[in-house]
Design a protein around this ligand. Structure first.
Ligand SMILES: [Fe+2]
Length: 297
């Protein structure tokens, strides 16, 4: 059981998060946190204490049929129900404070589905190309998410999430690579247009724990040693990753600083039945709940 009967009833009446001020959505979903089932609360505790670096809730109770998967971006904001968004908001606020990136989406919850013309792009709306190992928001100048939440509305059998725990990755690395990844010898692309990078390490210690900020597509080395270190990091990520299939009505929670994630390639159908994920970000820092961040000018 995911939520108590009262919690399920409340979760079926969640207002839209797709508005300028999502305060009502945040308030209603926050109230649902108390009505999650004890087993759901236990898993959230294991995520917050670090006992789990990721977890997939399956069989989440969604009773209303969702509309066809959109094909163009941004998606239409009208939906007969906000059940999936309610679950996302409730779990997100059990972990910390919800936030979004203006560059991604103007709302707290963003959509991931294949978009025609972007099949081979590096963006999360690609499909025929593998989405490489990364942590979300890894180059953002203000805030990197502590958790990433991915709710699956529709899946594709060929689209598999690959999750690599940083503790397992570093066990595969020679000491010189570990040392190099702690040095500020890497260029992280903050934005493509205008082109902007920041120079910083990939590994760090945060609250006494090993933390990773990396994106295979947008991080580059500055010399031969750092470039070699990246190659070995990518190899170790592939070797240690666990596959996790998306299932309809499942919610994947990732500790975004303790693991990297990737997604295998798949073929889009553009028939309303394509893979469709709704995502959000969570921070454990004292930001205002519901903040939509912009990059520094
Ligand atoms: Fe991601």
């Amino acid at each position: 059981m995911f939520a108590t009967p009262l919690g399920r009833k409340q979760l079926s009446r969640i207002p839209t998060p797709y508005c300028a001020q999502a305060e009502e959505f945040l308030e209603q979903t926050r109230l649902c946190c108390a009505h999650l089932a004890p087993e759901t609360k236990t898993i959230i505790r294991k995520l917050t204490t670090g006992a789990y670096t990721h977890y997939q809730f399956t069989g989440v109770p969604i009773t209303k049929r969702m509309p066809p998967t959109p094909e163009t971006y941004p998606p239409p904001e009208h939906s007969p129900t906000y059940q999936a968004e309610g679950i996302i908001g409730c779990i997100a606020q059990s972990l910390g404070r919800m936030f979004g990136y203006r560059e991604n989406c103007q709302h707290l919850i963003y959509d991931i589905y294949p978009v025609r013309g972007y099949e081979q792009s590096s963006s999360f709306i690609n499909s025929r190309k593998m989405l490489g190992f990364h942590s979300d928001g890894s180059a953002h100048t203000k805030l990197i998410p502590d958790y990433t939440l991915l709710f699956c509305i529709r899946s594709d059998p060929n689209s598999i999430n690959l999750i690599a725990d940083v503790k397992n990755i570093v066990k595969q690395l020679p000491k010189w690579v570990m040392d190099e990844l702690f040095e500020p010898n890497f260029l992280h692309m903050v934005s493509q247009n205008p082109p902007r990078t920041i120079r910083k390490p990939i590994l760090s210690h945060e609250d006494g724990e090993l933390s990773i900020a990396y994106d295979d597509e947008t991080v580059s080395g500055t010399d031969a040693r750092s470039k070699n270190a990246l190659e070995l990091l990518n190899q170790a990520s592939e070797q240690t990753a666990s596959p996790i299939k998306n299932h309809p009505n499942s919610l994947l929670v990732l500790n975004n600083k303790r693991c990297l994630h990737a997604r295998t390639a798949f073929t889009p159908k553009y028939n309303g039945e394509d893979r469709w994920i709704k995502g959000t970000y969570v921070s454990c820092t004292p930001i205002k709940n519901g903040t939509i961040l912009t990059l520094d000018p």
